[in-house]
Design a protein around this ligand. Sequence first.
Ligand code: SAH
Length: 350
Amino acid sequence: MDKLDIKSRTLAELAGELAGLGLPRYRAGQVFRWLSRGVTSFEEMSDLPKALREQLAERYVILGAEIERRQVSQMDGTIKYLFRLFDGEHVESVVMRYHYGISICISTQVGCKMNCSFCATGKSGFSRNLLASEILSQVQSASIDIGERISHVVLMGMGEPLDNYENVLRFLELITCPEGMNLSMRAVSLSTCGIVDKIYDLADKKLQLTLSVSLHAPNDKIRSQTMPVNKRWPIQELMKACRYYARTTGRRISFEYAMIAGLNDSDACARELCGRLRGILAHVNLIPVNDVTGTGYKKSDRTRQKRFVQILQEHGVTATVRRTLGADIEASCGQLRRKHEGGSGHEGSL
Ligand code: SAH
């Protein structure tokens, strides 16, 4: 790519660059607003002189996320998108409707390096990080497609956001920019498998986003079995970072816990989990593990789920069992994967 990725630029950066080309400040504002609306070409920037549009097109490229496939859940209206990127790579996003608005779960990398044993994404390896513009484009393309404003963004799709830290921070700056999409930082959640050094760094930025930590086990023995990242940063170090995060930002941390029958769902596990969370502003999100071919994991049954919640509550830990959305289109946690590349293809409508 020899042209510059214009949509990854912040308004200030764009203003600086365009000033260098001899353009007045308000031009940067115009261009930035067009980009925030998700235009895919400079021709669409109708209030710019034609010569300027051509000048920009020579220097810059507008990267997007083109809808290649779209599946709509017959059960709850959840939509799963397969997006095509400029170099032919693909990522998936999921749009969900809640009483409080419309939420999109987006990807931050093509594939993932983390290799959690229960997750589909890691199974196809890692290709590359997404650019800030490509993370943003998922929100824009979906919003244009449904013709509605997306009010909440969760960084919980394919990839590990804190393993693509710089671009993710840039994305956050872009999506919350008042002259751009103007989303509130409070409407953003970021989920991590536990990249401890970046949790400290993020804490110091004191952003008002919600941090979700994928815990999935109460001790190193079980966690190292399912999440290789635990060998690098064991639970104790992770929890120390979480304590620091909650204290520094004043924000409650959401702990994700995928319940796997017979592995991490015993009464003893629940009690041990309570011990781990002592003294942390926390909420536990229990997710009956979703089916991923080849893992052999089964979800805990309803009785187990209820009992687990009950133990947590008895210890003063707030917990909820997450509702499953998009089950019929494999749009649930951990199921996003570039299946089509194996030739099997997503069934569904466009
Ligand atoms: N890499 C980040 C975000 C992407 S995964 C992270 O690890 O948090 C989003 C969430 O789905 C994580 O909590 C992840 O552990 C969970 N997940 C992955 N596979 C799952 C499965 N089969 N069932 C339930 N949750 C799963």
